[in-house]
Ligand binder design. Structure first.
Ligand code: ADP
Ligand code: MG
Length: 321
């Protein structure tokens, strides 16, 4: 298989039937030296890129379908955290060998998620080398409307979507077992794109949880110049954590990564919106604490005592470089 055949297969198998390129603002897509893209009038470009390397960002036995799915998902999650509407992707592939069967599975995983979010593949690069997939996702947001890490204020409610700790637990189990229930928690994160869009104009700060809840909360607190109270018994628990001892469970929830849920802050007067977003979007939303003036994150138990998170042994979950 030649390089142009490979690119042709990618193009054919990822094209989204439901939307024409012109509707998507693609003036020139795959096939020239660069893509030409038109933003909707008055909108600002939002761009994010992330690379997945075999053995570091995904286990070596991950299917091509899931590698593609996850690579797009993690980038869409970054756009979601900005409140952006995704639209285009560039894909850089490093492959040890050219294999159309492998590629067919890969493009299927890409397409299912791309179609769900109206993302068109507009270009990329293909080289031979160790398996590595790098993706750039682009979308748009209204001028000044982007959600950032930096806008949280004391008194704001701290909210997280979905459940957390599940992906880290699955990764841990995969070190010992080959078949792990709910492996999809690790392989197919669900980017909270619609939630991010709903938060525009309401949330004061937002981040996606990729490196662990405490680490990512720390980024928000640093950028916002404040602290937070985190009520650990309110953390939403993935079913794979059921039956674990509290301290073990909290370690996964506080320090495990790869969940790609949104962590955001909402001024108290918008509290009622939290339940309505949850209902409209079919995503659970949990209020897990509050932003405070004093810097740093304090973890509190329901009985009012403080809890000191243990990081030891969980560093290997911190996968993103
Ligand atoms: P150039 O050498 O000018 O960079 P290439 O031969 O690498 O061009 O690519 C030809 C076309 O195919 C370009 O439009 C490029 O964006 C696209 N392309 C290459 N690899 C990929 C890929 N993995 N996914 C999507 N498009 C790709
Ligand atoms: Mg060229």
């Amino acid at each position: 298989m030649k390089e142009f055949q490979l690119i042709e297969q990618i193009q054919r198998e990822t094209s989204i039937a439901s939307s024409s390129d012109s509707d998507q603002g693609v003036r020139l897509g795959i096939g020239d030296d660069a893509a030409v893209l038109e933003l909707p009038a008055g909108q600002h470009l939002v761009a994010a890129t992330d690379t997945l390397n075999v053995g570091i960002h995904f286990p070596i036995d991950t299917s091509p379908y899931d590698i593609a799915y996850k690579c797009l998902a993690v980038n869409l999650s970054d756009l979601a955290a900005m409140g952006a509407t995704p639209r285009w992707a560039l894909l850089s592939l490093s492959l040890p060998q050219v294999d159309s069967v492998w590629l067919k599975s890969f493009t299927a995983g890409f397409k299912i998620l791309a179609q769900a979010h109206g993302v068109t593949l507009v270009g990329g690069d293909t080289t031979s080398g160790p398996l590595s997939v790098s993706l750039t996702a682009m979308g748009f947001v209204g001028p000044g409307k982007q959600l950032t890490r930096g806008g949280a204020n004391p008194g704001d409610l701290l909210v997280v979507s979905g459940t957390i700790g599940g992906a880290a637990r699955v990764l841990e189990l995969l070190q010992k077992e080959t078949s792990v229930p709910n492996r999809q928690l690790l392989d197919r994160p669900q980017p909270r794109v619609r939630l991010g869009q709903a938060l525009v104009g309401y949330a004061s700060a937002c981040i996606d949880v990729s490196d662990g809840l405490l680490a990512d909360l720390g980024h928000v607190l640093k950028a916002s110049g404040c602290g937070a109270r985190l009520e650990i018994e309110k953390l939403p628990q993935a079913t794979v954590l059921e039956g674990l001892e509290d301290s073990q469970k909290w370690n996964y929830q506080l320090s495990g990564g790869d969940d790609y849920e949104l962590l955001f802050t909402v001024p108290r007067h918008h509290k009622a919106l939290i339940a309505s977003w949850s209902q409209q979007l079919g995503v659970s939303l949990s209020i897990i604490g509050e932003i405070e003036k004093d810097e740093g994150a304090r973890c509190l138990r329901a009985n009012g005592t403080s809890y000191h998170a243990q990081y030891a042994g969980f560093e290997h979950f911190r996968q993103k470089a």
